[in-house]
Design a protein around this ligand. Structure first.
Ligand code: F0G
Length: 430
């Protein structure tokens, strides 16, 4: 039943315990491929349902509950888990009305231990680092991957090394990486250049790379789909809508859905829509040309998590779009921030990039692609506290080129009951 590494292009296979990220024969991306015949006789909806609510590690994790589908052979004591996952699926009727569908849910991956979906991948990646006997792990990051790596490396007793741009890293993310004690290196280069650098340095120094080019990261991130579908009592929504940056999540989603379908745990495959920021939209540009060409670009967006111009998982994301009859859409920073303000006002909240899921859904409904009667799940990828700076600037109207459609006023008062009463009487909130 041993799993293997397999090139997605030429299908060349490699043993699971090799330190490698791309195919030696053709340079293609690698998948972790499991023995599906073995799994067919091993996994069932009942097995995963029985584990719900258990206190026993590793099955108390929303990733390792599905261990057979993530990394069947790994020994439980090797696993590095906080535990992660078990995130909420919120029904949001007011937002459903705003986007124009009857049924909308938001699955909040910002509820993971370090505040983003990256933890689901990092438990897979750090566990593999331990299997391989690596001592140091590294990533380039727009901020969330580094926060997650720093936490999981510390937990597992490995050294974490994180590269990020010397500007535009959201404050919450930078603070986390520093606090968890990773070796942080700010480089005067964007994410795409930092990712090249991390791969070069890691090869030279024998460090294990934990960006989403690492296929064990994506095995963990498949659990977003497993958990969502289990939360729906093994029924499938019509659409799953997700922001796209380095395209790890969207790649993992396609693999997860194809495996669930092959194992007959679901009886149809939902459509996946990937939403990019207009200033960081290389997948969208390629999609409108029917994927005939792909051109990396210089990326700029206020949704700094997805400020990525050369996504490493491009080929796997295209595979997801083909498998699921999916869509790619783009949204402006103005649309992202207004949608974020609405998600925040529900009392749920998210970081800017996450709001692509909501406003991307609205756009696809307006274009008649998502139908009003269809059930949609939007993925919120990061926590509201990751980027407090953007929140305060949006609501105070101090973001360049953005005019807040949904501002909340922060009042100032002198210290007297009369002055405060005056404010409260004028706001109409009692
Ligand atoms: N949303 C958030 C909050 C993210 O942090 C990221 C990626 C994405 C969406 C895009 O996901 O790369 O799987 O398409 N952040 C990475 C980082 C790149 O370094 O933290 P993707």
């Amino acid at each position: 039943m041993t799993s293997i590494l397999q090139c997605i292009d030429c299908k060349e296979q490699y043993p699971i315990d090799r330190v490698m990220y791309t195919c030696e024969a053709c340079g293609g991306l690698l998948d972790v491929v499991h023995d599906m015949d073995y799994l067919r006789h091993t996994v069932s909806r009942e097995l995963f349902d029985q584990r719900l609510g258990t206190l026993e590690p590793p099955y108390n994790s929303g990733v390792w509950r599905y261990k057979e589908l993530i990394y069947p052979d790994v020994e439980a004591r090797t696993i590095i888990s906080r535990p992660e996952g078990n995130t909420n699926l919120y029904p949001v009727p007011r937002l459903a009305e705003w986007v124009g569908v009857k049924t909308l849910f938001l699955k909040h991956e910002g509820e993971n231990p370090t505040g983003s979906f990256k933890d689901r991948g990092m438990t897979g990646g750090l566990t593999q680092a331990r299997v391989l006997g690596m001592k140091r792990v590294a990533c380039a990051s727009t901020g969330n991957t580094s926060a997650s790596l720093a936490s999981y490396a510390a937990l597992g007793g490995l050294e974490g090394v994180v590269f990020f741009q010397d500007k535009q890293i959201a404050l919450g993310k930078l603070a986390q990486s520093v606090a968890y004690g990773a070796t942080g290196i700010q480089v005067s280069a964007d994410f795409d250049r930092n990712l090249e650098l991390v791969r070069e340095v890691a090869t030279k120094l024998g460090i294990y790379v934990l960006n989403s080019v690492n296929p064990f990261r994506l095995e963990g991130q498949k659990s977003i789909i497993f958990e969502m579908i289990q939360q729906f009592r093994w029924k499938t929504p019509d659409w799953i809508v997700v922001p796209g940056g380095n395209l790890g999540n969207s790649s993992a989603f396609g693999k997860a859905l194809s495996e669930l379908y092959e194992l007959k745990l679901i009886d149809r495959i939902p459509r996946v829509a990937i939403i990019q920021a207009e200033g960081a939209n290389p997948l969208y540009r390629s999609f409108v040309k029917e994927f005939e060409e792909f051109e990396p670009m210089h990326a700029e967006t206020l949704a700094t998590a997805i400020k990525i111009g050369n996504p490493v998982n491009y080929a796997k994301a295209v595979r997801t779009i083909h498998l699921t009859d999916g869509m790619v859409e783009q949204v402006s920073d103005q649309e992202i921030l207004d949608a974020k303000a609405l998600i925040d006002r529900q009392g749920i909240g998210c970081e800017p990039a996450s709001a692509c899921s909501l406003v991307g859904t609205k756009k696809l409904v307006e274009k008649g692609i998502i139908k009003p009667h269809e059930t949609v799940v939007g993925i919120l990828t990061g926590h509201i506290l990751k980027d407090p700076d953007v929140v305060l600037k949006y609501h105070s109207g101090t973001l360049a080129d953005i005019k807040a459609a949904y501002p909340n006023k922060l009042h100032q008062s002198e210290p007297s009951a009369d002055a405060i009463r005056n404010i409260l009487e004028n706001t109409g909130t009692q």
